[in-house]
Every structure is written in C-alpha cells, then in structure tokens.
Write a protein of this length. Structure first.
Length: 256
C-alpha cells in the first residue's frame, strides 16, 4: 500500500495540468507522507520522492498566490526539511531552508492588504495558515532565529482568535467539516512548539479547547454527522484526537 503514495501525482505534475497550488493538496501532501515513510522504513526511494517534490516547489518564484497556498507549502516543506535533514546535501538543505524563509515566513509580512485577514479572523483559516507557517518557522529556526521568533510571537497572540471560539464547551460554529481543519492545524501548531521549544505557551488551556476534542465524537453518528455549516454529512474524523487523548489524559478519544 505504501507504494501507491509514490504514484500520487506530484505537485509539479498537477500544476502542469493547470491546477493552482491551492488545488494541489494530494501532490503537496505526498511530501509529508513519503518523508514520514522514509523515517519509518529507511527506504531511500521514499526520501527521493519527497525531495524531488520539495526541490521543485522551492524552485518556484513565489508561493504567495494566496495565503493558503503559502501555508500549505510551508507545512509540507517544513516537515520534509526536518525528516530528511540528514539525507539531504548541504546545498539541498540551504535551498529548502531559504525557500521556506523567503517564500513563506518573510512573505507572510508582505502580502497585499486583502490577503492578511487570516491573522485576525476567528475561523479555521486562522489556525490553518498559522499552523502551516509555524511548522516552517520551527523547522528553520536555527538558521533565521530573529525573524522566526518574531513570527512565533505573533502566532501565539493571533492563533487565539480561532481557538477562542471553542468556549465555553468545545463546540465548533463552522460545523463538523471545518472543525477537522481547525482542530488538526491547531494541534500541529501546539505539538510542533512542544517538540522544538518545549512549550506550547499555555495555548491548550484556552477556555473550551480541552473540551473541543469531545466535539467530533458527539456530533457524529454511526453512519453520518449532524451537519451544519458548509460541510458534508459523512463521518468526520481526525488523527488529532490521538493528541487530545494523550495531552489531556482522555484515552477514550483514542478509541473513537
């Protein structure tokens, strides 16, 4: 089954068919999946697959067609940079590191005025973009400590906009579909900070966030979800609940 991930069309192949980066989730996601498989198996074919995609994306002139594209690529290359660090040559590491810095972290400060509302909005866009950029910033922190520290300080303040909507009991106003995006990227952010910095700055203590892990089990039935908002009625699930189970000592969430 792992072999099928190599045959997922790469971001470059999907782009050649006319898709924008924001539509290339399968191709961009292949980087994280194959880099992770390299960590698990040690098989270089997975590392080569991920690295080829990473270098192609790093070679693009900009990732700032819109903020979602920028964040999605930062997320994938940040994970790939960390998981393939020892596999890459020094030149390849520099190429990827510089691309994350200039085309994601630095670029996030130079977006047009109509492209920065994600910083203060209180929905999944806020956690999604900050999650993707945080993964990138933490991956290259040692190379660009000052700017990355500035960004992370901003993130700790601004991601509270999307986390505050869980109060008081953990339910999600955008509905179960978008709750998966919001929960997942918030968890990516917190766990990445814990892994690299040893702290998540107390963000998991925000009112309602602890209870938000119980929302999906409550909103889903055996065959469908109680849907509202602009999402589907299928069963919604996320591996982020394993994090909730561990972090908040709620093992029942790992069984759902």
């Amino acid at each position: 089954m792992t072999d099928t991930l190599i045959w997922v069309r790469s971001a470059a192949e999907q782009a050649s068919s006319g898709k924008r980066f924001n539509d290339l989730f399968d191709g961009i996601g292949r980087i994280a999946n194959t880099a992770f498989l390299y960590q698990l198996t040690g098989e270089t074919r997975f590392a080569e697959c991920a690295l080829k995609d990473m270098l192609w994306l790093a070679g693009q002139s900009t990732w700032s067609y819109n903020f979602l594209e920028m964040a999605q690529i930062s997320y994938a290359l940040g994970l790939g940079y960390d998981w393939l660090y020892d596999y890459m040559t020094a030149a390849q590491r520099k190429t990827i590191c510089d691309a994350i810095y200039y085309k994601a972290i630095e670029a996030s400060y130079n977006l047009p005025s109509d492209q920065i509302y994600w910083k203060t909005i209180n929905n999944n866009l806020n956690s999604w973009v900050y999650g993707g950029l945080t993964i990138g910033a933490l991956a290259i922190f040692e190379s660009y400590p000052d700017r990355c520290a500035e960004f992370l300080s901003e993130m700790v303040t601004n991601i509270q906009n999307s986390m505050s909507i869980y109060a008081p009991c953990g339910s999600y106003p955008e509905g179960p579909d978008y709750s998966v995006s919001g929960l997942s990227f918030t968890v990516y952010t917190l766990e990445a900070c814990l892994s690299v910095l040893g702290t998540e700055f107390g963000l998991s203590k925000i009112n309602g966030f602890r209870e938000s892990g119980e929302y999906l089990p409550a909103i889903n039935g055996y065959t469908a979800s109680f849907n509202y908002g602009d999402g589907g009625v299928y069963i919604h699930n996320t591996a982020a609940l394993f994090w909730y189970a561990n972090h908040f000592q709620k093992p029942e969430l790992a069984l759902w």
